[in-house]
Design a protein around this ligand. Structure first.
Ligand code: UDX
Length: 446
């Protein structure tokens, strides 16, 4: 059995964005550890494909794709276009792989948003498997939204009273928590979702989550999708892959953290895509400074519109930061969250950041921007009760209150609950745990 596996190859198709590449590479690592050869189809050369950490992996990068094809597009158009232009290149790569290496390909595992892979795999009679890099609950939301009537839904969404109501069947998510905003016009978002969740010929769905975190959403998916659903996460603890960061990590922040008191620092990171207006950054800086807590802030180059990095920020900002803060362009996030000085995580609630924070038992301040981040924020705040949700305009008083609440007032209880979740997650990826068994079942199914 084990010998058989060693010869088999799995082809992975990630979306080339940090929040999607990272879990896909972790999945690759988990499958490689089980004896599979791994090939990754990437749409561009980047730090991951040139990294010696992944020297056991084989990378396919089609010549025909140029980044200019994908410039200046909104998220929905970008993904639609990506699917259009990748299909033929992917088919060529698969055909070459089968001819040149005479490989026994066990399956193609594709990011839910790289749905062109399904037809390509079918053409070569290969099984295809969907990998959802977001939560099971966000997948449920996309499945439900794919079927709504865009016109009447839009009318509901415009009514402020409806926005606060729970969406039928999705308790405790309200209309305003649904993953729709800022992606583009509603019709096109719904069209994208209906493509992404339409698993016509896929033979299974893998989710980077654990049964303990989202049992009812996972049960919903299992019932509705009619193919096996495998929750095998959190992958970053199940198979801690070498660094797949697309940006250079600044490790000087670890030395700075070493000098801070235990559980005192607020770590702030808004992931790899979110943008922030200068006025909101100033309110944040004021609030953080007034809270009297030290803070480590990741300001990603390009995350302030119209600015390369922080050069357009007023002098007042630097003054507020210099009092008790430290700024980096990109941090070794998991190591930061694991550091004893970190008392809380101010996050945009991307799914990877959410899992990483829970896995280190760190409570959160949630300031979601778009898409699935609102779903995750609602769960952090009202289901797992390990965070404070910031709503409405960014104001320094609210920021100060939230930081104090997280680190001082309610921090102990939230941290206790976060630590309980951390233990459950660790148990789920250990031998005999739910995620570990789920991965075994998936592999045995191939
Ligand atoms: C995107 C979407 O925005 C998110 O909602 C979805 O769930 C996944 O795809 P992103 O916004 O980048 O992802 O957020 P997130 O999922 O949290 O992923 C960010 C990753 O970058 C994390 O793994 C985090 O550890 C890493 N990171 C972030 C760093 O390594 N250093 C940093 O300084 C900041």
């Amino acid at each position: 059995m084990e010998e058989n596996r060693i010869k088999r190859r799995i082809v992975l198709v990630p979306v080339s964005a940090q929040g999607h590449v990272t879990p896909m590479m972790q999945l690759g690592k988990a499958l490689h550890l089980k004896g599979f050869s791994i090939t990754v189809f990437l749409t561009q050369y980047n730090r991951v494909s040139s990294s010696k950490d992944f020297s056991d992996f084989h990378f396919l990068i089609p010549q025909s794709l140029t980044e200019s094809d994908l410039k200046n597009l909104g998220a929905v158009e970008f993904l639609m276009k990506l699917n259009q232009i990748c299909e033929s290149g992917f088919k060529q790569c698969l055909s070459q792989l089968l001819q040149e290496q005479g490989d026994d390909i066990a399956c193609v595992v594709y990011d839910e948003y790289m749905f062109f892979s399904q037809d390509a795999a079918m053409e070569f009679q290969l099984p295809s498997v969907v990998f959802s890099t977001t939560s099971a609950t966000a997948f449920v939301c996309r499945s439900v939204l794919a079927k709504v009537n865009a016109e009447s839904f839009l009318i509901d969404m415009k009514d402020p009273e409806t926005q606060d109501k729970v969406f039928p069947g999705l308790h405790p998510l309200r209309y305003k928590d649904l993953p729709i905003s800022a992606f583009g016009p509603l019709e096109s978002v719904i069209k994208l979702y209906s493509k992404a969740v339409n698993i016509r010929t896929a033979s299974a769905v893998i989710i980077n989550s654990a049964s303990y975190l989202e049992s009812s959403s996972l049960a919903w998916l299992q019932r509705e999708l009619q193919v096996p659903v495998y929750p095998i996460g959190p992958l970053h603890i199940a198979a801690s892959a070498p660094c797949s960061s697309l940006l250079e990590e600044d490790r000087s922040c670890i030395e700075w953290l070493d000098k801070q008191k235990p559980s005192s620092v607020v770590y702030i990171s808004l992931g790899s895509l979110a943008l922030m207006e200068i006025k909101d950054m100033l309110e944040m800086a004021w609030g953080l400074s007034n809270s009297n807590q030290p803070f480590l802030w990741v300001i990603r180059p390009g995350s302030i519109p119209g600015s390369e990095w922080t050069e357009t920020l007023p002098e007042e900002f630097s003054k507020l930061i210099s009092e008790r803060g430290y700024i980096v362009k990109w941090a070794p996030q998991i190591e930061v969250l694991r550091h004893p000085a970190v008392g809380g995580f101010w996050s945009h609630c991307g799914w990877n950041s959410t899992l990483e924070s829970i896995a280190e038992g760190v409570p959160m301040i949630c300031k979601p921007f778009t898409g699935d981040q609102r779903v995750n924020a609602r769960y952090i705040d009202s289901v797992w009760r390990i965070g404070v949700l910031l709503q409405g305009e960014m104001e320094k008083e609210t920021v100060e209150r939230a930081v104090k609440m997280l680190i001082v007032d309610e921090g102990v209880d939230m941290r206790k609950r976060a630590n309980e979740l951390k233990e459950k997650l660790e148990a789920s990826v250990r031998s005999g745990g739910s995620s570990c068994s789920s991965l075994e079942h998936f592999i045995n199914s191939l």
